[in-house]
Design a binder for this molecule. Structure first.
Ligand code: ADP
Ligand code: MG
Length: 248
């Protein structure tokens, strides 16, 4: 019996080939991204062994480097695991009431120290009654979504800049935007921003310890909660990322 189209669209060979190519690209990307820190770990361990007996100062330096490189690799692996989980689950598995306002307070409190260290003014504004900030969702995912956005804003804003988080629950649903006065993003790069491993400036992002997975995690989480994320940016002026509520 012929399948009815509305039950499931037949998969075309071209589509299968595309999915297979994406899968292969992904495996190649992951291997490459893991290879880089793995190579540094090995080099650092070798250097540490060389100086261990005669130069405690140098040995300490290599040990510190080993620690931070290991941390970076760990972050990459946990981002990959998060992404794999987000991609394999349909929707939010166990939705519960989440107070977006208190999530934002927690995220801001955690980021305050980093912002202060960079002399960035981290501000927060809220429109709409506190009681309207409750949604059904996954608190851990929502926390991770806003942490990624604020982390980027602080990371890609030079010292002396401003990062502002604005919650708006005055209309239908809650929208949250994270604005910065940072380096901004060229127009022709905006469309690729939410792809896995995509970084506008690869060298710079590596330096700051980014995995290139943050924004694709953000997009998945927003969409799982029925919303979406958009970006506006101008190089040298700053960027605004907004998480929009589900359309009514
Ligand atoms: N607020 C921002 N200002 C400027 N560039 C940004 C901002 N947020 C993200 N980007 C760009 O988008 C890229 C992807 O972001 P993300 O997925 O979080 O990766 P990363 O691990 O590099 O932070 C970053 O490498 C950076 O080039
Ligand atoms: Mg990031």
């Amino acid at each position: 019996m012929a399948r009815r189209r509305e039950d499931s669209e037949p998969v075309t060979p071209a589509e299968l080939a595309r999915v297979d190519r994406m899968r292969r690209d992904f495996v190649a990307n992951v291997s490459h991204e893991l290879k880089t820190p793995a190579t540094s770990l090995q080099l650092l361990a070798e250097s540490l062994l060389e100086v261990l007996d005669d130069d405690p100062g140098q040995a300490r330096f290599f040990a510190e480097q080993l620690k931070s490189e290991t941390g970076r690799m760990n972050q990459l692996i946990s981002d990959l695991l998060d992404l794999a989980r987000l991609e394999s689950e349909e929707g939010v598995p166990d939705p519960r009431p989440v107070d977006v306002r208190s999530v934002l307070m927690v995220v801001l409190a955690r980021m305050r120290q980093v912002a202060r260290g960079k002399e960035i003014d981290l501000r927060w504004k809220r429109y709409g009654e506190a009681s309207r900030y409750i949604i059904e969702g996954d608190e851990t995912q929502i926390t991770s979504m806003f942490t990624n956005l604020v982390d980027n804003a602080v990371k890609y804003t030079p010292p002396g800049g401003v990062v502002e988080v604005i919650g708006d629950a005055a209309g239908g649903g809650i929208s949250v935007s994270v604005s910065d006065t940072g380096i901004g993003i060229p127009r022709d790069k905006l469309s690729r921003l939410f792809e896995r491993f995509y970084r506008v400036d690869k060298a710079r992002s590596k330096e700051t310890g980014g995995t290139g997975l943050g924004l694709s995690i953000v997009r998945h989480i927003a969409e799982k909660h029925g919303g979406r994320v958009s970006v506006q940016s101008a190089p040298g002026e700053g960027s605004t990322f907004t998480v929009h509520p589900p359309r009514r």
